[in-house]
Write a protein that binds this ligand. Structure first.
Ligand SMILES: NC(=O)C1=CN([C@@H]2O[C@H](COP(=O)(O)OP(=O)(O)OC[C@H]3O[C@@H](n4cnc5c(N)ncnc54)[C@H](OP(=O)(O)O)[C@@H]3O)[C@@H](O)[C@H]2O)C=CC1
Ligand SMILES: Nc1c(N[C@@H]2O[C@H](COP(=O)(O)O)[C@@H](O)[C@H]2O)[nH]c(=O)[nH]c1=O
Length: 375
């Protein structure tokens, strides 16, 4: 059994928090944070990864430590992911920790990739005291999309919908903006920010002419390098004036096979795709068993007619109902302008679905004197 001190546990909480900083954009790499502790458990420096091609968290933290004139000799590096052991866009972190003189390394979870794993073994072989598993569930949740993508070979799919109380996503004449109030739409833009691609079917592209961009609460778009790839699936042509075609950061995929669509996105290092409808495309992805998460914004409103949130995807009897696991509920907005955000992971119960990292438990951390086994 591995034990951790309260200072080490607090450092790991901090490392997870900084790994999720707003300047750590979605992209091909995992989110990683690192905190460096003195032998007495005092925080000396911290760092995090800011996306592909930039310094890894350990190197960022070591650079901050060096900048403050403190030697890394005899320190403990607390990292959210096993230090890498390869030359990718940057050098191996295991070697950087060794070169700096770090004597203890604690990491939350193993790196599952064949290219980068092995840092723990390399460090241990060089005499570094290595421990792992601290806050492993929280760290896995932080990188849920990345872990799913690198272990399954396809991007994680989050299906987002905005529906009325009677489960409709548009009126009978196909108009749908807006069903949900501003607070819910702002939340949807925060969701877009976590994804590398936003995808709709041609039906939605033709009916709504969506922009599919990340915008702030004042409607200002995020800088181009932070905008996700816009993807339209289907064979019908889209008018050249369509907003999704506004710049080169888009992809038109005539293929109807969700697996083929995801394979194309995976080849472009897309780790997390937001499926924003409509009901026909969502049904195809559900039927194919490739929806990993559903985020539904439900407004206190009624339409009585118009398309349902999702088309028929093969459920004909109640025994086959698709329930959401780990459901999470939030109220957004207030007064007449509120909406419910209901999120969860579809569980068709079929054997074809693979196990994915679960969200962290909501139980209070267990404390025994000054030592902790986990978060
Ligand atoms: N409130 C909300 O959250 C949302 C509402 N909407 C509303 O939904 C309506 C549009 O719905 P819908 O027409 O269903 O739009 P979709 O975006 O689901 O597009 C449907 C099209 O997707 C293409 N397609 C790709 N793969 C498949 C597949 N495996 N099976 C079938 N079709 C596939 C087909 O295009 P092709 O024929 O060109 O090959 C099909 O016609 C609009 O009124 C819009 O406002 C849309 C999104 C979200
Ligand atoms: N109607 C509706 C939504 N609709 C979704 O938003 C898309 C428009 O994106 P954009 O042009 O970038 O603002 C649209 O095509 C559809 O996918 N979303 C919501 O949060 N609430 C709503 O009431």
């Amino acid at each position: 059994m591995t034990w951790f001190t309260s200072a080490e546990t607090a450092a790991m909480h901090r490392a997870i928090a900084i790994a999720a900083s707003p300047d750590a954009p979605a992209g091909p790499n995992p989110r990683v944070g690192c905190v460096i502790l003195s032998a007495a458990g005092r925080v000396l420096a911290e760092g995090h990864h800011r996306g592909a091609g930039t310094a890894h968290a350990e190197v960022d933290a070591l650079a901050h430590l060096a900048a403050s004139g403190i030697s890394a000799y005899g320190t403990t590096a607390v990292v959210t992911l096993e230090p890498c052991n390869h030359y990718g866009r940057t050098g191996p972190c295991a070697q950087a920790l060794l070169d700096a003189g770090v004597t203890d390394v604690i990491y939350a979870q193993d790196d599952p990739t064949t290219q980068a794993r092995g840092g723990a073994a390399a460090l241990a072989a060089a005499g570094v005291h290595v421990r792992s598993g601290l806050c492993a569930d929280e760290a896995a949740q932080l990188n849920r999309a990345w872990l799913l993508a690198v272990t399954t070979g396809r991007p994680m799919v989050t299906w987002k919908l905005a529906a009325t109380l009677d489960g409709r996503i548009a009126a009978a004449d196909t108009t749908s903006r807006w069903i949900t109030p501003p607070a819910a739409r702002h939340d949807a833009h925060r969701l877009r920010r976590q994804c590398d691609a936003i995808m709709v079917g041609t039906g939605t592209a033709l009916a709504d002419d969506p922009a599919l961009t990340i915008r702030d609460e004042a409607g200002q778009p995020a800088p181009p390098h932070l905008q996700p790839l816009r993807v339209v699936v289907g064979s019908r042509p889209i008018p050249s004036t369509a907003q999704v075609l506004a710049d080169d950061n888009h992809l038109l995929l005539p293929d109807h096979d969700p697996h083929a669509v995801l394979a194309v996105l995976a080849s472009r290092e897309i780790r997390h795709v937001l499926l924003e409808g409509g009901p026909t495309l969502a049904a195809a992805f559900l039927r194919a068993g490739v929806v990993d998460e559903v985020v539904a914004y439900v407004a206190p409103a009624l339409l009585g007619a118009g398309p349902a949130a999702v088309a028929d995807f093969g459920v004909s009897t109640i025994a086959d109902i698709v329930r959401l696991r780990h459901p999470r509920v939030q109220v957004l907005g207030e007064g007449d302008d509120l909406a419910i955000r209901l999120a969860g992971d579809p569980d068709p119960g079929g054997p074809e679905r693979t196990a994915h990292p679960s969200p962290p438990s909501t139980t209070t951390p267990r404390r025994i004197a000054d030592v902790h086994r986990n978060c």
